[in-house]
Design a protein around this ligand. Structure first.
Ligand SMILES: [Fe+2]
Ligand SMILES: [Fe+2]
Length: 171
């Protein structure tokens, strides 16, 4: 195995976090579906897929490095919400927590002189900048729109999801 056990352990723990994030975004998307907010719902269904992709990327890395990928228990997520703002705030807090977790994995890799993992994790470091920045923008838009959620839907309808925009650009 190319990586140490403690590095493999923190990556396996992150797999659970990414799946939990995916489930949380799915629960938020379903709330938006119930509230008939199709743009917000679509945005969060995409976010859920993206987090699933992050978990898969980590599992694939463990496999490639000769470690044993293990999927731990995924904690229950929040399914009931009182407002759109509450959902977006939860999403932003979650992205900030994930950013700290990613930084911690890089710290462990650096401590172990594990340059392979350090380099692999750089993709996630950069991804978190986009995730926190776009969620923080969305929270500002939601706050500014107040009770007029049509404004938020309108904003999202002309602002492509970052992932969809990257795919369209062939990235
Ligand atoms: Fe993620
Ligand atoms: Fe994320």
């Amino acid at each position: 195995m190319l990586i140490k056990q403690n590095v493999s352990d923190v990556i396996n723990a992150q797999v659970v976090e990414e799946f939990a994030a995916s489930m949380q975004y799915l629960a938020i998307a379903l709330y938006f579906d119930r509230e008939t907010l199709p743009e917000l719902s679509g945005y969060f269904h995409l976010q859920a897929q993206e987090e699933h992709g992050h978990a898969m990327k980590l599992l694939q890395y463990l496999n490639d490095a000769g470690a044993v990928p293990a999927i731990g228990a995924i904690p229950a997520v929040k399914n009931e919400f009182d407002s759109v703002e509450e959902c977006i705030q939860l999403a932003l807090d979650q992205e900030i927590t994930v950013t700290n977790q990613i930084n911690n994995i890089v710290d462990v890799a650096v401590k172990e002189n594990d340059h392979l993992t350090r380099q692999f994790m750089q993709w996630f470091v950069t991804e978190q900048l986009e995730e926190v920045s776009s969620m923080s923008d969305l929270l500002n838009i939601v706050k500014r729109a107040g009770d007029n959620l049509f404004r938020v839907e309108e904003y999202l309808s002309r602002t492509p999801h970052p992932e969809a925009a990257a795919a369209a650009a062939g990235a």
